[in-house]
Write a protein that binds this ligand. Structure first.
Ligand SMILES: [Zn+2]
Length: 183
């Protein structure tokens, strides 16, 4: 997958890694070790978000979620789209791989419920989380990505993506997104 090639090249570029590290600030958190808090841009869910043109195969660039990228850069492992990162520190900005636990969709649901954040992910068969759906809406409507572009990033069917962008599924998120989209 092309995202993997880009990540591979980024993590072997010491200068780029240093630039990435400079966007992260160490702050005390609820755990014994510091949270590495992302200082750059955020998506509407409050997660760090960055767009990286460097090493992109066509130069168009690709969006990354900061903490997921941090995990891949600093551990050398890849995360599959269906794998979730669960923040043990419950700090969405945190990019410290030591504070992450990898899990699947069910773990993510359990974690969300445990942390009292949300009980709204109604389609329990979905491989996507609310955050993913929000990202897909943002890519489509804010960044004007095509459905095909989005399919390169998410391992789901075309129908799943089109249902999301037309509000046929995850309608409550679609409604929320459209309202906030006017700001
Ligand atoms: Zn943390």
């Amino acid at each position: 997958m092309s995202a993997r090639r880009q990540i591979d090249r980024l993590r072997s570029d010491a200068i780029w890694v240093e630039t990435f590290r400079r966007k992260i600030k160490m702050n005390p958190g609820p755990l014994d070790t510091y949270c590495w808090e992302w200082q750059g841009g955020l998506d509407k869910s409050g997660y760090g978000r960055l767009h990286i043109k460097r090493y992109h195969e066509t130069g168009k660039g690709r969006n990354f979620i900061a903490h997921r990228l941090s995990y891949m850069i600093f551990t050398g492992a890849f995360i599959e789209p269906e794998e979730y990162i669960l923040h043990q520190c419950h700090n969405r900005l945190c990019c410290n791989p030591d504070h992450f636990k990898l899990g699947d969709h069910q773990d993510n649901m359990d974690d969300l419920h445990d942390s009292g954040r949300v009980a709204g992910e109604r389609n329990s068969n979905s491989k996507l989380s609310e955050d993913h759906v929000w990202d897909i809406l943002a890519l489509y409507y804010d960044k004007e990505w095509t459905v095909s572009n989005i399919l390169e990033e998410y391992d789901v069917s075309r129908g799943t993506i089109t249902d999301i962008v037309y509000g046929r599924t995850w309608g409550y998120l679609y409604d929320e997104f459209m309202e906030l989209g006017d700001e």
